[in-house]
Design a protein around this ligand. Structure first.
Ligand SMILES: [Zn+2]
Length: 125
């Protein structure tokens, strides 16, 4: 997908996909504090990571226990949202709608190392 067509995905606060191939659900507001609840995957283990409150901090955890250090939710969510802003015109979208927008734009976010800046984004096409 080129940059022009991906920008067309988002227009006026609603997302539009190719009608026949993929009908995006309407944007919904979320009160889930974990923006990447269904999108974040552990790269080395190839399994979904789970939200994991840790000492008052929001973190994600690999269920196979491969990571010694809790993975900060705030950092990985900020990096992912910045990537989404580059991918489509989503910067004006209010925080409660961001989870829904990310789930419409992304198949998954793969965490490759223990840092939130080494992510692989698998975008819907
Ligand atoms: Zn793992």
């Amino acid at each position: 997908m080129n940059a022009t067509s991906s920008r067309r995905l988002v227009s006026g606060g609603a997302l539009y996909g190719r009608a026949a191939a993929w009908n995006p659900p309407p944007m919904t507001a979320s009160t889930d504090p974990y923006l990447l609840r269904v999108l974040l995957w552990c790269g080395p283990c190839d399994v979904p990571m789970h939200p994991h409150p840790h000492g008052g901090e929001r973190t994600y955890k690999c269920p196979l226990g491969c990571r010694k250090v809790p993975f900060s939710a705030e950092a990985v969510e900020a990096v992912t949202w910045t990537a989404a802003e580059r991918r489509a015109s989503v910067s004006a979208i209010a925080p409660p709608f961001r989870k829904s927008v990310l789930e419409q734009l992304l198949v998954k976010v793969v965490v490759r190392a223990n840092t939130p800046d080494d992510l692989r984004f698998i975008w819907r096409t």
